[in-house]
Design a protein around this ligand. Sequence first.
Ligand SMILES: Cc1cc2nc3c(=O)[nH]c(=O)nc-3n(C[C@H](O)[C@H](O)[C@H](O)COP(=O)(O)OP(=O)(O)OC[C@H]3O[C@@H](n4cnc5c(N)ncnc54)[C@H](O)[C@@H]3O)c2cc1C
Length: 248
Amino acid sequence: MASKKVLIVYAHQSSGSFNSAAKDAAVEVLTAKGCTVEVSDLYAMKFKATATAEDITGKVKNADYFCYGEETKLAWEAGKLTADITEEQRKLTEADLVIFQFPMYWFTVPAIMKGWMDRVLTLGYAFTHEKRYSQGIFKDKKAMLSFTTGSQESMFSANGINGDMNVTLWPLQNGILQYCGFQVLAPQIFWAPSHVPSEARGTMLEDWRTRMQGLLGENPLAFTPLDCLNDMMSIKLLLRKILLIDTH
Ligand SMILES: Cc1cc2nc3c(=O)[nH]c(=O)nc-3n(C[C@H](O)[C@H](O)[C@H](O)COP(=O)(O)OP(=O)(O)OC[C@H]3O[C@@H](n4cnc5c(N)ncnc54)[C@H](O)[C@@H]3O)c2cc1C
């Protein structure tokens, strides 16, 4: 794992939190393994969470009908995205692995982290119509979610009250990370650290430390390759043609 670069995008307000301990463990273990680790501590940075026209320096193309995707694409091409976005894109471009460390909020990431995703993963820089999913711009990078819950594991099982955790994570893991091409590593889930004894929390952190020893060598999760979308669209077109011929 020597000389690999790791970016930890971290969202917790408190340095005394379990999330902070998980983040610190990652910095310590990965640095000891020879990785260069950068941390984006979003609350400490007061990272702006909203995707707005203020993310572009200078004039936008169409202020009356502002379209964030198109405008940020033009601004990225012209080097006119704001400094906070440009700096995060610099860190991301250099990273081999990105770890998102957060407490689960309302079945997803906290708003400040969603803001990082909305504002940093801009059209043109992070994805295009042609370059997405298995053909995605970040296909040589790995990414993973590492998070804590308030719920017990059983609540996030297929028959549990919250439903299957894999389904909960689909928008993040497939809709964002895999969409941008990342090889997505299995999530690190710290189940309900507030509700277990102190020794159990220590074990969770030890397990995380052990996992990190081989993290960059892990096989990613499997997702549907982009070719399947093209194949499905070709089949649909073919079927439509056949049906049209049939009805004429
Ligand atoms: C807006 C909001 C929405 C939420 N939505 C959901 C949801 O949809 N689903 C869900 O499951 N939960 C939800 N939660 C709960 C939330 O996910 C948990 O409260 C959070 O994940 C707990 O993580 P933490 O880091 O804040 O824990 P903390 O409360 O900071 O830590 C837990 C315990 O670990 C201890 N600790 C800290 N450092 C260490 C260390 N080094 N070693 C051992 N112990 C340590 C702390 O002292 C504390 O006792 C939500 C919470 C909020 C505020």
